[in-house]
Ligand binder design. Sequence first.
Ligand code: XMP
Length: 512
Amino acid sequence: MRPVLILDFGSQYTQLIARRVREQHVYCEIHPFSMPLEKIRDLDPCAVILSGGPASVFGDGAPTVPAELFELGLPVLGICYGMQLMSHLLGGKVERSDHREYGGATIKLESARGILAPFAGETELNVWMSHGDRVAELPEGFERLAHTPSCPFAVAANQEKRLYGVQFHPEVAHSERGLELLAAFLFEVADAKPDWTPAAFVESTVAAIKTQVGEGRAVCGLSGGVDSSVAAVLVSQAIGENLTCVFVDNGLLRQGEAKRVMEMFDGNLNLNVVHVDAAEEFLNALNGLDDPEEKRKTIGRVFIEVFEREAKKLGGADFLVQGTLYPDVIESVTTKGPSVVIKSHHNVGGLPEHMKLELVEPLRLLFKDEVREVGAEMGIPHDVLWRQPFPGPGLAIRCPGAIDAEKLRVLREADAILDEEIRGAGFYESLWQSFCVLVPVKTVGVMGDERTYDWVIAIRAVESQDGMTADWARLPYELLAKISTRIINEVRGCNRVCYDISSKPPATIEWE
Ligand code: XMP
C-alpha cells in the first residue's frame, strides 16, 4: 500500500485533507513539512500533498521543503501556501497581497486536464479561498488552468512533471466538488490505489497485532465507548483468549450503563471481560472532595489501583491495549505557547511505568469516523459505535462540588429521562453530547400544596465536530418542556430545570 504523504505547514485544514483522501479509500499520512528527504523516499509515497499554512514565503524562517522534492518524479499537489511555496522554490514569483481573500469565490476554468478533468465542459467552479499572498508569475514549464478576477493563478500545473497547485481549499465542504478534484489528483494524476478499506485494515492490523504480541498476554480497559470497544475486538481477533478486558464500574456511570456494557460484551462480541464493581472504593475516596482537579486526580489514581490489582489477579500481562487515535499521534507543526492545564483529562491507560506494559495501539492510524467503519466491519452494534462520548470521571464532574450517593441518584434519574427523550425525538446521534448536570443549589418550589426545597438540574446539549469547540443545541421548546416536566414530576429531589446556553469557548462542555 503506497501512501499519499501530506506535508503539514500548519493549516487548520490539514487533518481534513487527510480525511478527504481516506474517504477515497487511499491511505495517507500527515508529517511535518520538515521531514527529511530520505525519510520521504523511504515511505515510498505515490503522491505528495503540500498543505496550506499561516506563513508567508517571505517571512523569516518560513517553513519550506528542499527543492529536490519536486525532482523525485512524484506527483505533487500544493494547496494554498503549498502552491505558493512550490512556485517560489521552482522560480516563479509570489506577491504579497494587500488584503486577505477569505470566503467563497468562483473560479473560471480554462482547461479540463489533470485535476480539472472532472469538470470537462464546464466553465466555472465555486470554491473556498483563504489566503494573503498569491502567485504572480508561474515557474517555467507551468501553465494556468483557472483564475479569478483577483487571483491570476487559481489553478496551475506542470502537467508533464505532474506538479499541481490550487490557491483555494478543495478539502473544505464549502468548495463545491472539491472532493472530485482531489479524487482526480489521486486517480487520474497519481495512480493511487483505493485499497484502504475497513476490511483491509482489519486484516493487516490483526496480522500486525499477532506479530507484536505473539504468545504474550494483554489487558485492555474497557469503558463501553467506541474506541476501547473497537480496539478490544481487533486485539481479540488477533490473540483470542490471551486478551482480558477489564471493565471498571466506578459507580459514576449513567443509569443502566454497567449492565448494558456487560450484556453487549457477553453477547455476540465474544470478549473475555472481567467486571469489577469498584463503586464503593471510588465513592469513599471522593468523600468530601469538592475541588474539580482533586476529584479528577483521585478518580485517576483509584482507577489505576483497581486496574493494577485486577491485572495482578490475572497472573500479570505483558501488553496494554489502548484506543489512541490518529489525531493524538500526528506531530503538530504549530508552535503553541506553554500549555495550560484547563482540565486534566484522565483516560484509561495512564498506567504507572512500573507495570512495564508494552502498548498495543491498534487504532493509532485511524480517524474517529474510520474507527466506526472498522467497528461496523467487525459486527459491533450500531449503538456502541454511535454512543456519545462519556468522560472517564463520569457523573462526578456533572455534579459540581462534593458528591454523595443521594446527589448521584437524583442526577442519574434525571439524566435517564433526558436520554430517553433525546433518543425518542431523534436527536441522540446528531448531538455531540446531551446530559444532565446536578447544580448543587437548593431552590424553593411548590408541589400540590406543599413547599419544596430541592436541587436544580441543568440540561446540557451541544453540537460539535470534535469537542474542541461547541455550541449549545437549539432544541425545540416543546421537547425541552417535556423533559423539564418529566424530570420535575418523576425525580424526587429536583424541583427546577434549566437549560445551559453557553458555547465552548468560553464555557467548557462539562461543568467541571
Ligand atoms: P470539556 O469539558 O473540556 O470537554 O469541554 C471536552 C470533551 O472531553 C470530554 N471530557 C473528558 N473525557 N476524561 C475523558 O475521558 C475526562 O476527564 C474528560 N473531561 C472532559 C467531555 O465529555 C467532552 O466530550
